[in-house]
Design a protein around this ligand. Structure first.
Ligand SMILES: Cc1ncc(COP(=O)(O)O)c(C=O)c1O
Length: 467
């Protein structure tokens, strides 16, 4: 009857099913303008439902203007409702199924199996219970004061960085921070100077914002500052000076000084991404560039590597002159971070349980790095060399004479090996073709050994060494 098929087991109430069927039929033109609907009594009888359900459906159709009801006259379909259906169906693109790999060398992955879930649940439980009711309201775009205070004191005791909690702004991770930074600074076509190679995610964040990119080459020590160029049109230099992503260099003091001079002379901001600065295995954490000029350097930090990526908490230390605009931007973008995870993280930091976890993970990751180097030695012999500082969750390895491009990456994937050539992160191609990135932080020693063997077999069977 009237194309209405009711499903009495559905969670959708009967009145809503009637309403939706009639509404759809007016939109797709099956019910024409001016056509009369049956009386509520008639339709209720036909459908074997209460008259109340039909009345409710008709009232909704009247309220939304799909039908017109007049006293003493039948309810009729309104004018101008029919919308043609667009031809062709829209398909979902690029949805990558969750895959497991025989050898998983993806970068930037902390070992979630080590994460103290119970402790984290306790922190969440405790702080959610204690949180004041006003924290359920709008708590401001800068983040909870106790978290900003704890981050500031962690940065001081861990890296010697002095930052006033007033200058710390909580974000939903480093990627989010870069979005806001781009909105703040990349105006009127001003350019972003990026390390090349750099993290494709960070590059795309700026690129998606429409920022023109100028690649600046990187060597074993990091950004090659002699190539910095601006002609007055740049607004940002993006750098990872403590552990260059992906090559792993530590930016030397002289290059740090020239970078700061360049930024001052050209009035550009340096965006310092300290993405994995907690994990250094030979010596103390590197002092951030930020300390050289807190008014020129925007320091970006994240808890994605130290804790877990889905936490989505990061922060920026922002020069004073940008703070008002930042507050404005954030308020009218996504407003703020939720307070519960912020409060739990503040508690983890305050009780120093965070410090102990980082210490433990530093030992574990350091040991895994050692196992990786040993496995490479045992399987590949002397045909490789490691790049960069002993830090982070991945190792960059150079295989002289080899060529690792996108085709190599795809072939590896087909064989169940997920590995990224440095080339994948290059803006200007063909300069780092013989280097691979081996993410190891998330792998147990035995998984590292087995995975390196698989990689060796794959390379040996598919790729002849060319010189
Ligand atoms: C260099 C670098 N910066 C930032 C990020 C992203 O951090 P977040 O998860 O906080 O957005 C990554 C992620 O792997 C990274 O490698």
């Amino acid at each position: 009857m009237w194309g209405i098929e009711l499903n009495r087991r559905s969670e959708l109430p009967l009145w809503r099913q009637i309403y939706q069927s009639l509404r759809d039929r007016t939109i797709n033109g099956k019910l024409k303008a001016g056509e009369a609907l049956p009386s509520t009594r008639e339709l209720a009888k036909e459908l074997n439902v209460s008259r109340n359900s039909v009345c409710q459906a008709y009232d909704m159709l009247v309220a939304e203007g799909f039908v017109i009801s007049r006293q003493g006259a039948p309810t009729r379909v309104a004018e101008g409702l029919c919308v043609e259906r667009l031809s062709g169906s829209v398909t979902y693109e690029n949805i990558e199924p969750v895959r497991t790999f025989a050898a998983d060398f993806r970068t930037g992955r902390p070992d979630l199996r080590q994460f103290p879930r119970f402790l984290w649940q306790q922190m969440l439980h405790k702080t959610s219970g204690e949180i004041q009711l006003e924290r359920y309201g709008y708590t401001g775009p800068q983040g909870l004061p106790e978290l900003r205070k704890e981050i500031s004191s962690w940065l001081f005791r861990n890296r010697g960085l002095t930052a006033d909690p007033q200058d710390v702004f909580i974000t939903a991770g480093a990627t989010h921070a870069l979005h806001l930074i781009a909105d703040l600074l990349c105006v009127e076509g001003r350019k972003v100077l990026m390390e090349d190679p750099c993290h494709t995610g960070m590059l795309r964040t700026f690129h998606n914002k429409g920022c023109p990119i100028i690649p600046i080459p990187v060597d074993e020590q990091g950004l090659q500052t002699e190539y910095l160029t601006s002609e007055g049109t740049a607004c940002i230099v993006y750098v990872t000076p403590s552990h260059q992503f992906p090559l792993g260099g530590i930016l030397p003091a002289s290059r740090r000084a020239s970078l700061i001079r360049f930024a001052r002379e050209n009035e550009v901001y340096i965006v310092e991404d300290g993405y994995d600065s907690e994990f250094r295995y030979c010596g103390e954490p590197i002092m951030p560039l930020h300390s050289m000029d807190p008014q020129r350097v925007i320091y970006v930090g994240t808890f994605s590597k130290a804790l877990f990526p889905a936490l989505r908490i990061g922060y920026v230390i922002l020069p004073r002159q940008l703070q008002k605009q930042w507050r404005d931007l954030r308020t009218y973008a996504d407003v703020q971070n939720p307070p519960f995870e912020q409060a739990a993280l503040a508690e983890l930091l305050r009780t120093r349980k965070f410090d102990r976890y980082i210490q433990k993970m530093r030992r574990i990751y350091g040991e895994r790095r050692r196992v990786l180097l040993e496995s490479l030695n045992q399987t590949f012999g002397s045909g490789w060399c490691a790049y960069g500082d002993a830090a982070g969750l991945h190792l960059t390895v150079k295989f002289p004479g080899m060529r690792f491009d996108d085709a190599f990456r795809k072939n590896c994937l087909e064989s169940g090996i997920s590995i990224t050539p440095v080339e994948h992160h290059c803006i200007q191609k063909e300069r780092h073709l013989n280097k691979l990135l081996i993410g190891y932080g998330h792998l147990e020693p035995e998984e590292i050994r087995n995975s390196i063997r698989l990689l060796y077999n794959f390379i040996n069977s598919s790729y002849a060494v060319t010189g």
